[in-house]
Design a protein around this ligand. Structure first.
Ligand SMILES: NC(=O)c1ccc[n+]([C@@H]2O[C@H](COP(=O)([O-])OP(=O)(O)OC[C@H]3O[C@@H](n4cnc5c(N)ncnc54)[C@H](OP(=O)(O)O)[C@@H]3O)[C@@H](O)[C@H]2O)c1
Length: 327
């Protein structure tokens, strides 16, 4: 496993870390036993950074992480998120009382005295013009409830505005072979300001693992079923906002590029690690074998220039018209 600096925090985190949404909920049935096995496998492989949120299974994901931390001696840094408990997303909802209550809930779930990294969970765009929210976060740091804070965003504009706030340490954004725009304008700016970048949805909700096909079905409580058209949250969070059929066709083209012994998931994650502005990818994983597969990406050889060009061309021709202008 290789490690990269996380913003200006002084921490170095595994370049392939772990996304803990699926072990909380919204991805069909998951047994806690499997989730704990997956988390333990991640730590065995050298993962020292986990991304979760208060709303993932209403605290379930955070509580599983607390259980993991209790049973392991390694240092494990946890990034959680707040804001999605609001019934309706408004800037006013991100007030001192709510933020403090959400942080207190996460502290209880994670069984710790201070949150390592708190991220605002895709708040409304207007929030980035509200310095008072960031002042509340600064106060939470002063009070010792959180060590650092960052944001999780949907759009590039939000990311660019967020890093104008001097104490924003990290930006979490969708970045993968099917979502390439962050590399254009945002990455150079973030790098300049030493802001950590967490690449989320790195496998396009499983599309880029090459394991899904036209006949794949998803349970009713899996967002790949219930949010296919953005019914519950931003459609970009499901399959990266790419039409399922078009995505599958593009995946078949990527499959032809795989070097011997490299899985599709590893290839997709390696592509992300080719961008040095990225701190880490945070693939989700519900089972230990997925985690093992994904973590191996960290030690793979860099992708060839030809393969990078081909992925770019594939994006420009097939994917870009669907996503580039939206996020
Ligand atoms: N708004 C936000 O802030 C936000 C939104 C989305 C995600 N996130 C964060 O980003 C993390 C990653 O994104 P994501 O979980 O949405 O999507 P993802 O990492 O692109 O896809 C994860 C899914 O792909 C499948 N998978 C993973 N590794 C595999 C492997 N090696 N082989 C085959 N299948 C594999 C698993 O589902 P199946 O086994 O069911 O196919 C897994 O749940 C989340 O866990 C969360 O921490 C944050």
């Amino acid at each position: 496993m290789n490690y990269r600096p996380l913003g200006r925090t002084g921490w170095k985190v595994a370049d392939i870390s772990f996304g803990a949404w699926a072990i909380g909920g919204s991805w069909g049935h998951v047994a806690d036993e499997d989730s704990l096995a997956a988390l333990n496998k991640a730590v065995d492989a050298g993962v020292n950074f986990l991304d979760t949120a208060d709303v993932y299974g209403n605290g379930r994901s955070e509580r599983l992480i607390a259980q993991l931390k209790k049973s392991r001696r390694e240092e494990i840094i946890v990034a959680t998120k707040a804001g999605r408990r609001l019934p309706r997303q408004t800037v006013a909802g991100y007030n001192r009382q709510n933020l403090t209550a959400w942080v207190d809930d996460s502290l209880r779930n994670l069984a710790c005295d201070a949150l390592d990294l708190l991220q605002l969970h895709c708040p409304p765009s207007d929030l980035y013009s509200s310095p008072e929210v960031f002042a509340i976060l600064d106060d939470l740091v002063k009070d010792g409830k959180i060590r650092y804070y960052g944001v999780s965003v949907e759009k590039i504009d939000e990311a660019l505005k967020a890093i104008e706030y001097p104490n924003v340490q990290t930006v979490q954004i969708i970045f993968n072979c099917f979502r390439q725009r962050p590399a254009e304008l945002f990455f150079p700016k973030a790098k300049q300001k030493q802001v950590g970048i967490l690449a989320r949805v790195p496998l396009a909700s499983g599309l880029l693992t090459g394991r899904l096909g036209p006949q794949s079905t998803f349970p009713a409580d899996d967002h790949r079923n219930f949010n296919r058209h953005g019914e519950s949250f931003d459609v970009g969070e499901t399959f990266s906002g790419v039409d399922y059929k078009v995505g599958l066709e593009a995946v078949e083209e990527i499959r032809r590029l795989l070097p011997a012994g490299v899985s599709m998931s590893q290839f997709a994650l390696c592509w992300i690690l080719m961008f040095d502005a990225v701190t880490c990818a945070i693939p989700g994983g519900k089972r230990p074998e997925q985690v093992v597969d994904n973590c191996r990406a960290s030690d793979q050889a860099p992708l060839s220039a030809t393969n990078m060009d081909t992925i770019r061309r594939l994006y420009d021709e097939r994917i870009r018209p669907m996503v580039h202008h939206r996020w």
